[in-house]
Write a protein that binds this ligand. Structure first.
Ligand SMILES: NC(=O)c1ccc[n+]([C@@H]2O[C@H](COP(=O)([O-])OP(=O)(O)OC[C@H]3O[C@@H](n4cnc5c(N)ncnc54)[C@H](OP(=O)(O)O)[C@@H]3O)[C@@H](O)[C@H]2O)c1
Length: 310
């Protein structure tokens, strides 16, 4: 099967498109013929020696943690050959999703509703599970609350906007001005151009802030929290900084590590099928063009999701 892999950590030049043998599913796993694979910032961070690189025991390493595809071999699981599935698997352990075939734990994948196409499904799992877990598990979101999404146009952000709106919250989001129209169409009541507007006028305004940007951006948003509000910060590399600043300002900060969840993914699939949640596809690339997708993701200004099609 064709894969993208690296033999050592480094830049885009380390990504190699080559042939490797198909994975052998273990008990409780299925073999999936991949249709699409989502690209997330963690993918290029890991290939450059950051991100989840500490979990890599051997090279070559095949990046990628999310996919959609068709069951090729259901093994001893309840799935059936030919079913369409999607999932985020094994994170943060290596999962090998930039490949034509994937061995996936059956308890971490969900059946794909007929109304959802395979390309959308490939880019959905990580960003939607992160948004779900940040809003509802860590952020304890309730209907009627005021929510601010920092980085609202990105992969996680644009789904967090929609899920918060669906849950009955009043949603505000920061983004460059060219993304404001899209955010309004997704349910953002208030869009803030972070390049030209300061957050100082929003002091004590929000029950929940979802920080998809991290570092100084997350820290500068802390005064926007109401006294009992919660800020959930996503980028792991700056989480300690944001947590320390939260402690100093007596604001509650929660860090997050997205967990695979077939149950949550099942609900997310239904929301997409019901057209209550829409994945904005920023760009698609052929698998062998993964380095082009990495370059775009590294720019930090992708709107929606990048997806590799196979
Ligand atoms: N902890 C976890 O489990 C977990 C899970 C998923 C993601 N993450 C992390 O969360 C972060 C976001 O992930 P993602 O997939 O959403 O990334 P992404 O799609 O690459 O985010 C790109 C977006 O960031 C926006 N942006 C950049 N700088 C900004 C700023 N200063 N203020 C507001 N928006 C800004 C851009 O908006 P404009 O183009 O409008 O400027 C762009 O739309 C990444 O660091 C990722 O590694 C963590």
């Amino acid at each position: 099967m064709h894969t993208i892999s690296i033999h050592q950590f480094g830049g885009l030049e380390e990504l190699i498109y080559s042939k490797q043998s198909r994975p052998q599913p273990a008990s409780g796993e299925v073999l999936v013929k991949t249709a699409a694979v989502g690209v997330n910032p963690i993918d290029w961070k890991t290939c450059s020696g950051g991100g989840a690189s500490g979990f890599i025991q051997e090279m070559p390493f095949i990046p990628g943690w999310e996919f959609s595809g068709i069951i090729e071999d259901a093994g001893d699981t309840d799935f059936k050959k030919g079913e369409a599935v999607f999932g985020m698997i094994r994170f943060p352990q290596p999962a090998g999703c930039y490949a034509e075939y994937i061995a996936a734990p059956a308890d971490q994948i969900a059946r794909l509703p007929d109304a959802v196409d395979l390309v959308t499904a490939g880019g959905l799992p990580t960003a939607s599970l992160t948004a779900w877990q940040a809003l509802f598990d860590k952020g304890e979101l309730k209907a009627g609350q005021q929510v601010l999404i920092l980085g609202a146009a990105g992969g996680v952000g644009h789904l967090a906007v929609q899920l918060a709106h669906w849950a009955g919250a009043q949603v505000s989001g920061t983004a460059s001005s060219h993304n404001h129209e899209l955010l309004a169409s997704l349910g953002c009541k208030q869009t803030i151009d972070y390049r030209h507007q300061s957050l100082t006028e929003y002091t004590n305004s929000f029950d929940l802030v979802i920080d998809c940007v991290g570092g100084d951006t997350g820290i500068q948003a802390l005064p926007c929290l109401k006294p009992d509000g919660i800020l959930v910060t996503l980028p792991s590399v700056t989480k300690d900084q944001v947590i320390a600043a939260g402690k100093a300002q007596r604001r509650r900060v929660e860090a997050i590590r997205c967990e695979p969840s077939a149950e949550q993914l099942g609900k997310i699939g239904e929301l997409v099928a019901d057209e209550q949640l829409k994945l904005q596809i920023g760009n698609t690339f052929a698998l062998e063009k993964a380095s082009d997708a990495f370059a775009l993701s590294k720019s930090g200004h992708v709107c929606g999701k990048l997806i590799l099609t196979i």
